[in-house]
Design a protein around this ligand. Structure first.
Ligand code: FAD
Length: 476
């Protein structure tokens, strides 16, 4: 792997002579990684490659009951499948190039739907593209895909680096005199020097660990909704295009809703506060949603699920010979969970190889990254609270729409609102960056002006005329 990431491991190697002492990885050390989602596979890949640079010979076992080549729940890790452009670029610098057969569709724009109108927000830099991927091999009962699952691709990378995959569900993890004992559903036990929990938040194991160890509090979670509509490539090209459709609707408890085109299917994701039937009914009834589908009719979905999402980090996400990564530890609020899985996986691997595997090592070298993400999530909560205000106030929605439409029409106007919305939808930038940009006097000035202008009597009629010719903005 001839990458920038690799060079940084090498320079670290030059700086540090590894002490041979308990609490560090040694030749022959055994590591169990529980879960082969993005966090588990990337951790294994980084760990083995970093160990290789210092000639450390370790064994990595990845426990994963799923087969990502399967369609439906047996192969799927329930997710919208958006990989932000910043993550695509970061992965490339690590030598992880997403091949074309992993990307279902490149997303080139976002279309924001509100009751006051729609606007298409083009990618801020033309070369940037967002990847839409499937975590497994597609929806239940779908035709086998000629594409490759994202999780399967990452797991292959880990295996190619030397990890061994054990297709078993882990039911218990305990600390004993010899190290960490991992028990799988067939009652088989094995002992390891380090256990890495990467089970995500939809696993019973987190609950078991919390009850048994009293060491940590598992992440706080909330229920989301995902479903897949089969519409066919042709219809999708004509109705959705290479655009992800997002909704800012006045529906209580709904934080984010998106329709993501992928091959023959469109994936719907609803995120918010415990998504339930009542909320979904309101969502499907809204004209902004219906109008996205051919003939204004919402078809039956091919499959659906209610996965949980992490809304507050585990505390602490480590112990002696134990570390939680990805969703099991810390992730970004509502966005870029795969990006957070990458960052936590790499930081934990670096700690284990170059510093040690005891609680104090993870506290000093891994936990600061988790805290950084947690602090950014606090700002994210404020940003979402502000979005909720916009969601509730029609006059504010008009102002946001006018500002964005004008930015998209005139190349000479700095796309301040478009940039904020883009980064908020895609998760490409930290919430703190997004928030700071909304404090810029030019942003505030422009927003105030657009709020005034869009709510002046007679404005709506003027806008209707403009939008008819441009097919971008429809005042209902
Ligand atoms: C509705 C929704 C939409 C989302 N959309 C996006 C998106 O568009 N983009 C994005 O970046 N993120 C998105 N996310 C977040 C993203 O899915 C997660 O952040 C990401 O999958 C976390 O990766 P992970 O490896 O930590 O956990 P997971 O992906 O959950 O993987 C955990 C793995 O552990 C395995 N496992 C579980 N228990 C055990 C056990 N006991 N023994 C062995 N193996 C076990 C599972 O089978 C699974 O393979 C979304 C989440 C939800 C809920």
């Amino acid at each position: 792997m001839d990458t920038a990431g690799n060079l940084s491991y090498l320079s670290e190697r030059a700086q540090q002579a590894r002490p041979v002492q308990p609490g560090t990885l040694q030749d022959g050390s055994r590591i169990a990684v529980i879960g082969a989602g993005p966090a588990g596979s990337m951790f294994s890949y980084f760990l083995l490659n970093m160990a290789d640079t210092i000639a450390l010979d370790i064994d990595v076992d990845i426990y994963e009951p799923r087969h990502f080549c399967h369609r439906g729940p047996a192969g799927c890790n329930h997710c919208g499948g958006i990989v932000s452009e910043s993550l695509v670029q970061r992965l490339a610098t690590e030598g992880i190039m997403l091949p074309e057969d992993v990307v279902q569709r490149g997303i080139e724009s976002y279309t924001l739907h509100m009751d006051v109108g729609d606007v298409e927000i083009a990618t801020p830099l033309n070369e940037k593209r967002i990847a839409a991927i499937y975590r497994g091999n597609g929806p239940r009962n779908s035709e086998p895909l000629d594409t490759h699952s994202f999780d399967g691709y990452l797991l292959d990378m880990a295996q190619n680096s030397g990890a061994r995959v054990i297709h078993k569900l882990v039911t218990d993890v305990r600390r004993n005199m010899d190290g960490m004992q991992v028990t799988s559903a067939d009652q088989h036990c094995d002992t390891y020097d380090l256990v890495v929990v990467a089970t995500g938040v939809n696993s019973r194991l987190m609950e078991t660990l919390e009850q048994q160890t009293q060491e940590f509090r598992r992440p706080e979670r909330t229920k989301t909704f995902i479903c897949e509509f089969k519409l066919g490539r042709e219809v999708i090209r004509n109705t959705f295009g290479p655009s992800m459709h997002v909704f800012l609707l006045d529906i209580p408890r709904l934080e984010f809703a998106a329709l993501i085109p992928k091959g023959d299917y469109v994936t719907l994701c609803l995120l918010g506060d415990d998504i339930d039937d009542e909320l979904m009914e309101k969502f499907f009834e809204s004209p902004e949603v219906r109008n996205c589908f051919p003939g204004g009719v919402i078809p039956a979905h091919a499959c659906h699920c209610y996965p949980r999402i992490n809304i507050r980090a585990a505390k602490p996400a480590y112990g002696d010979r134990l570390v939680m990564i990805g969703d099991s530890g810390t992730t970004r609020l509502f966005k870029d969970g795969i990006g957070a899985a990458y960052r936590t996986a790499k930081a934990a691997a670096k700690t284990a190889v170059f510093h040690g595997i005891m609680a104090e090592d993870f506290k000093a070298h891994y936990w600061p990254l988790c805290q950084k993400i947690n602090n950014d999530n606090r700002v994210g909560k404020m940003v979402f609270a502000f979005a909720t205000l916009v969601q509730k106030a029609r006059f504010a929605r008009r102002g946001v729409l006018r500002m964005t439409v004008n930015e998209q029409r005139q190349a000479s106007v700095t796309p301040r609102m478009s940039g904020v919305l883009w980064d908020l939808f895609s998760g490409s930038a930290p919430y703190t960056d997004v928030f700071l940009r909304t404090l810029h006097p030019a942003y505030i000035g422009s927003l105030l002006w657009n709020l005034l202008a869009s709510n002046m009597p007679g404005h709506a009629a003027e806008h209707d005329l403009q939008s008819e010719s441009e097919h971008r903005h429809v005042e209902h």
